[in-house]
Design a protein around this ligand. Structure first.
Ligand code: ZN
Ligand code: ZN
Length: 338
């Protein structure tokens, strides 16, 4: 049965997104649909307005924070490892190690298993459980950093660079650009792990999701809104903000700020320059080239479909491993939280 069933006959891209026919649902659709399975809370995967959205309880909490007035009736929580039947398809969510609540969608139909990884990484992240390799017939992978040049250094090493700079310039404010969802909270946890127990100041737009992480049991220590500061000159302080705020009027209140940006793209010199980062820190929530290659070996899927990013290089690499690989072009993926 498995040999004769073409996986493309039951899971395929449509203009609305990746569609599972025998379950009549979409995965991370680009528009509002009657039934969606959502891998995680980033804006290019979780969109508002689905009549039914199935996701981990953490992802639903993130969606409620981002999409005001999300009706209770639309929310269908599915914990990691729990299984549910939708139409003729068994659906399960497995940890993806990307951000809080992030999951791979594991779909089983007529003895065939397809894993939609969503976004993932392999290195440990103190804010979410690690990626779980699931053996499958078809593995659908992202390809954000799918070029051999992308090798992410150790995250603690990058945090060490930041703390050394803070020690070297105690009279200046370190302004650290981070994405609001995932990167921000991971960087805070990494700073804590490196021994930084002082208050960490936050731009207003980062407050709501940090609060949510804390409610979900991720201890971020002493954090506070920059606007709540009284008699604080921010000298020697670490202030987190969205990358766009670094060039903004908002940043003028700080004393000789040292602008830093945390992103996998900081590997690319032109991107680092463009971001205005004096201190580019390569900290990514996506798998780098080595992690992508390792993952293809770990899941052992004879077929791999590659979505959003540098598809060509990964397809080529997979074929060299004897895998039947192809690019899968999905609408509406503008990467958030790299
Ligand atoms: Zn993501
Ligand atoms: Zn994505």
């Amino acid at each position: 049965m498995t040999d004769t069933l073409d996986p493309r006959s039951w899971l395929y891209p449509t203009p609305r997104g990746l569609y599972c026919k025998p379950g009549d649902f979409y995965i991370d659709p680009a528009v509002a649909v009657p039934r969606a399975v959502i891998t995680h809370g980033h804006g290019d995967h979780a969109r508002p307005g689905h009549r039914k959205a199935m996701a981990t309880p953490e992802t639903l909490a993130i969606m409620r924070t981002r999409f005001e007035g999300m009706p209770d009736t639309s929310q269908h929580p599915l914990k990691y490892g729990e299984s549910v039947r939708i139409g003729e398809v068994d659906v399960e969510l497995a940890p993806a190690g990307h951000i809080l609540g992030s999951a791979q969608a594991v779909l089983a139909f007529k003895g065939q298993r397809i894993v939609v990884s969503g976004d993932f990484k392999r290195r440990p992240d103190p804010t979410c459980p690690p990626f779980e390799p699931i053996p499958c017939d078809v593995f659908i992978t992202e390809a954000t950093f799918a070029l051999p040049v992308f090798h992410h250094p150790s995250d603690m090493g990058e945090i060490g660079k930041l703390l050394r700079s803070v020690a070297t310039f105690p009279e200046r404010t370190h302004l650290v650009g981070v994405y609001a969802l995932g990167k921000c909270q991971r960087v805070i946890k990494l700073l804590r792990a490196a021994g930084w127990d002082k208050r960490i100041w936050l731009h207003g737009s980062l407050m709501a999701l940090c609060k949510l992480y804390q409610e979900q049991g991720v201890d971020l220590g002493d954090i506070a809104h920059v606007s709540d500061a009284i008699l604080e000159n921010f000298r020697g302080a670490i202030v987190l903000c969205p990358p766009s705020a670094i060039a903004d009027r908002w940043s003028r209140r700080f004393a000789e700020p040292v602008p830093a940006v945390c992103s996998g793209w900081m590997r690319v010199r032109a991107r680092a320059r463009q971001s205005g980062a004096e201190l580019p820190l390569i900290i990514s929530d996506h798998a780098d080239w080595g992690e992508l290659c390792q993952t293809l070996k770990d899941v052992g899927a004879p077929k791999v479909w590659v979505t959003h990013g540098r598809e060509e290089a990964l397809v080529h690499m997979a074929r060299s491993l004897g895998i039947d690989a192809a690019a899968l072009h999905l609408a509406g993926r503008e990467e958030e939280g790299t």
